[in-house]
Design a protein around this ligand. Structure first.
Ligand code: BG6
Length: 305
């Protein structure tokens, strides 16, 4: 389920209706508040500054560029409001979403349509639905350097110990830089929705009532960044707000941190520079295994706008 507001993937269900992504019960669907859950897009800026937090892409209404078989492509270009906000920069964004029975590929492309270079940051801010954050493990970051955004001195990099997957026991807000091209998250809650629950969801726009019949699963996240024809480095942000921050967040349930984490590929530790007519693309493919039959099938997806 994709909203044109923010080109936001709100739900991604496997063939047997198991929901992979987390969506907060408190998420707001008012076409102006960024949606809390699913896959928000961060562009052109990660942190604070002159632009709205995480940029304007997740707060803008996109249009359908094309829809063929199992691929939907959405687009968004500069307008007066983005030019006023962002130094007059001219750009086109394309976001392509391809479904298979147990996999989804989301590819975000930025093209500079102006006559001067511009700098930007971008993230695919993916929320996963977990059985239990305290038993979840993220593999692939062993021995990798990261910035702990919550540490007193963020200029001092930390290192994830060798042979230890990342686990969660507190508020976590890490930026792994020069990150690997594949990580694996073990601990997905692949809950089975029944028809009644799905109907209720439709009515209430609430994608979070998937607690019943939870079955653990694993998702492998493949990441690639292409900068004007060459493979480039990328970051991975790992986030869980834990208890106190959850209470402070108005559009997030106080206890929901138990059943979610974000693994967010992108470019945020530095600024990417895009010269006129050049393109930058980040692609993530999520492949899910487990949960009682998510894999296999005919490979055909259905995208609902
Ligand atoms: C993560 C950031 O990417 O997003 C966190 O690293 C932030 O610092 C989180 O709290 C949620 O951001 P927002 O703007 O959606 O509340």
């Amino acid at each position: 389920m994709v909203y044109l507001f923010g080109a936001h993937i709100a739900q991604w269900s496997l063939k047997n209706a198991q929901e992979v992504l987390f969506m907060s019960k408190a998420a707001v669907f008012d076409n102006s508040t960024p949606i809390r859950g699913g896959i928000p897009l961060v562009f052109p800026q990660f942190g604070g500054g002159t632009l709205p937090s995480h940029g304007f892409a997740r707060r803008s209404v996109w249009t359908v560029h094309s829809m063929q078989e199992n691929t939907l492509v959405l687009s968004f270009s500069d307008n007066k409001s983005t030019r006023d906000l962002w130094e007059g920069n001219k750009f086109t964004l394309l976001y392509s979403i391809t479904l298979e029975s147990n996999a989804i590929t989301t590819s975000f492309q930025v093209e500079n349509q102006g006559e001067t270079p511009f700098d930007f940051q971008a993230l695919l801010h993916t929320y996963f639905h977990l059985s239990d954050i305290t038993t979840t493990k993220l593999y692939g970051l062993e021995g990798q350097s990261f910035t702990d955004k919550l540490s007193e001195d963020i200029t001092v990099p930390c290192v994830q110990p060798n042979e230890q997957p990342l686990v969660f026991d507190k508020e976590t807000d890490y930026i792994f830089f020069k990150a690997p091209s594949q990580v694996t998250l073990v601990g997905l809650a692949l809950s089975q929705k029944n028809d009644k629950e799905m109907e209720k969801n439709e009515k209430e726009k609430d994608a979070s009532c998937f607690a019943s019949n939870a079955q653990d699963g694993t998702v492998t996240i493949d990441i690639q960044v292409n900068n004007n024809g060459s493979i480039d480095t990328h970051d991975i942000v790992v986030w869980n707000p834990w208890s106190e921050k959850s209470i402070r967040m108005g559009d997030f349930g106080d206890d929901e941190f138990h059943t979610m984490c974000c693994v967010e590929p992108g470019c945020v530790s530095k600024w990417e520079t895009l010269t006129p007519a050049s393109k930058w693309t980040i692609t993530q493919t999520l492949v899910v295994v487990g949960g009682g039959g998510g894999g296999g099938g005919d490979g055909v997806g259905e995208t609902k706008l």
